[in-house]
Ligand binder design. Structure first.
Ligand SMILES: [Zn+2]
Length: 267
């Protein structure tokens, strides 16, 4: 039984979209902040970058979310940094029907891949939870809050226990002693070149795109579905709001990921 989403038009059209996703040989999923926000709404969750109450809003402001801000005042930076980590932890405590539906859909199909702008690590965790190694299946193109990165030598380490992170004594690199920051890409920073090359390679190989909860305004993710559409392949957009992908979407489903994906990807 297909849900009654206005732009899907009819149960037949919804089934057609299911068929496209089922038959695509190398579908590529792109997800953004809207996925986590939709799935955790009401459970003290992450919030989108647009939510002014969220600590994430500061992540877009270089006065807070930047290596320079960390170096200027490490204690101020890490006071906010712990708010961010707590927001991530809260988002993991709630139900994640959108993430879980995607993970089940990807399991057993090695050519189904996902690129996310989200730094909460939820796709990696849910994929692992269904027994799939996220390596070569998921790209976290904006990095992850699960790791810390040295501001000098760039070495990464797993996030220490919450109790070990104290703003008054900010974490430092075991190798070189310089300050550590969350292993994310700050606004204005360059993306990791090898990840970028991988993202373009997956995009060139893709024969369908499923775009969820991303406005399309942030590059390069905004550019990837256009490339897939440009080769004549279907682009399916799932979002409660209009996005920059409206002009290239071949199919659009209005709704949140947690509403739509469990049914859409159920086969
Ligand atoms: Zn270092």
């Amino acid at each position: 039984m297909a849900p009654n989403f206005p732009d899907a038009g009819s149960a037949a059209l919804f089934q057609q979209i299911q068929g496209i996703l089922h038959q695509a040989r190398r579908p590529l999923v792109l997800t953004g902040a809207g996925l986590s926000a939709a799935d955790t709404a009401g459970s003290g969750g992450l919030g989108t970058f647009q939510d002014s109450e969220s600590p994430w809003i500061k992540a877009r402001d270089p006065a807070w979310g930047s290596t320079a801000a960390l170096k200027r005042d490490p204690t101020r930076f890490w006071t906010w940094g712990l708010e961010l980590l707590d927001a991530v932890a809260a988002s993991r405590s709630g139900p994640l029907p959108g993430h879980e539906a995607l993970a089940r859909w990807m399991a057993g199909h090695g050519d189904r891949r996902l690129i996310t702008q989200n730094v909460d690590g939820l796709h990696r965790r849910t994929l692992r939870s269904v027994g799939v190694d996220p390596q070569d299946r998921i790209l976290e193109i904006h990095g992850t809050m699960d790791h810390l990165r040295c501001t000098a030598c760039r070495r990464q380490r797993a996030l220490p226990a919450r109790a070990e992170l104290r703003p008054e004594s900010p974490p430092t690199c075991l190798a070189c002693g310089h300050l550590l920051e969350p292993a994310v890409v700050w606004m204005g920073d360059l993306l990791d070149e090898s990840q970028l090359q991988q993202a373009y390679a997956w995009t060139e190989a893709a024969d369908a795109a499923l775009v969820i909860g991303t406005s399309g305004n942030i590059q390069p993710v905004g550019d990837l579905p256009r490339r897939i559409a440009g080769r004549g392949h279907p682009v399916i957009v799932v979002d409660p709001d209009p996005t920059a992908f409206m002009g290239i979407a071949t199919h659009r489903i209005i709704g949140s990921a947690s509403e739509v994906l469990p049914t859409l990807l159920h086969t």
